[in-house]
Design a protein around this ligand. Structure first.
Ligand code: HEC
Ligand code: HEC
Length: 224
């Protein structure tokens, strides 16, 4: 290659990649705003409450914070708002073993916090944080799941409950629930948890079909 060709290759090559770099930058900047929903008054207020109680001293959010407590980035997507409100105002009323302290959060502050957490959960984070592998506590393929296990999965029970070490910790561990509760109790409790456990923070499942409730109960009864 002559000197001139080498020089041209250097100049035009650099120029080519510089232009690509500028185009990619413009493309990214244009998409940034679309990755997060609009910020409302409540979301702003909720962020102030988040700072007031130093939630980040225990929790992580969008990758920042402490590893003492669960990540909050997608919590509002996974947990119903009623549940979150009750938990925020008095964690032990939801789960007697909760180690999150009762911080003295007011009802208004809880609503604002939930608006903030809901906003965060709708920020497009490209799939971060990775979902835990809930598929099958038993480690079997999806098609081998029993009807009850499939309902358990589709209703995302594992967001709150653990079976054989997999799942959330805010509801009771269900690994041996079949030795503790009978059919009638389980079936009735699914339909209306508060009728069985006063102040229960578990959402009711009266809206799913009788068949699904029966399958789910079969699954629970077998957990011994
Ligand atoms: C002293 C540490 C600590 C502080 C401060 C704290 N948390 Fe927690 N939080 C925890 C722990 C630990 C858990 C896990 C459940 C448990 O054991 O209580 C938790 C659980 C939660 C949950 C329920 C998660 C779930 O999946 O059910 C929410 C929501 C939550 N915290 C929000 C907050 C918010 C909002 C603040 C600030 C107002 C806050 N936390 C401050 C320790 C803390
Ligand atoms: C938002 C969190 C949450 C979700 C989702 C949830 N639960 Fe619960 N669950 C709880 C809490 C909190 C309790 C404790 C209060 C109570 O017993 O009602 C509980 C209690 C239970 C109990 C009684 C356990 C015992 O030892 O007394 C069973 C069984 C149960 N849940 C099964 C399920 C199933 C199956 C699903 C899915 C269809 C489900 N839960 C969804 C929070 C949840």
């Amino acid at each position: 290659m002559s000197n001139k060709a080498a020089r041209n290759l250097f100049i035009y090559g650099s120029l080519f990649f510089f232009v690509i770099f500028v185009m990619l930058t413009i493309d990214t900047m244009g998409k940034l705003d679309k990755r997060a929903p609009e910020i409302t008054e409540e979301v702003n207020a909720g962020k102030m409450v988040w700072h007031k109680y130093d939630c980040i001293g225990c929790h992580t959010i969008l990758g920042n914070g402490s590893y003492f407590a669960p990540d909050m980035t997608k919590v509002a997507e996974k947990k119903p708002k009623d549940y979150l409100k009750q938990f925020l105002m008095d964690p032990k009323s939801v789960n007697t073993k909760a180690s999150m302290p009762k911080l003295g959060i007011s009802s208004k502050e809880a609503d604002d916090l939930i608006a903030f957490l809901d906003w965060i959960s709708r920020v497009d984070t490209n799939g971060w944080p990775p979902k835990p592998i809930l598929a099958t506590a038993a480690g079997v393929a999806v098609k081998e799941l029993t009807a009850g296990q499939r309902v358990y999965q589709s209703q995302n029970c594992a967001n709150c409950h653990m079976v054989s070490g997999i799942g959330g910790t805010t509801g009771p561990d269900l690994t041996h629930v079949g030795s503790k509760r009978d059919r009638a109790w389980l079936f009735g409790h699914f339909k209306d948890p508060k009728a069985y456990v006063p102040n229960s923070a578990m959402p009711g499942y009266g809206h799913i079909s009788e068949q699904e409730l029966n399958d789910l109960t079969d699954y629970m009864v077998a957990l011994k």
